[in-house]
Design a protein. Sequence first.
Length: 101
Amino acid sequence: MFDKLMEAQQKAGEVKKRLDNITVTGSVEAGRITVTANANKVIKAINFDPEFLREADQEELEELLVTAINKAMEQADNISQSEMAAMTQSMLGGLDGMFGK
């Protein structure tokens, strides 16, 4: 049983490393603001279209930035959940032998 726990911990570390290398983006206003993050929800970059930046007011920028961040975080959540589900399924498959299946 201890071996299975160690294996699960190792696989979780591997998933985290994979998620570090998956890029997600949140974009609004046809790319005028783009937030880039990894699937571990670490924001890597925020880009503004220079023309849009000159024209927009602070309130509009703040609202759109929040929307772009939320879109990127939603993508990161979806990917993370998918990766963790796959890892869990893999681990549960390995536990079948422990219960006489």
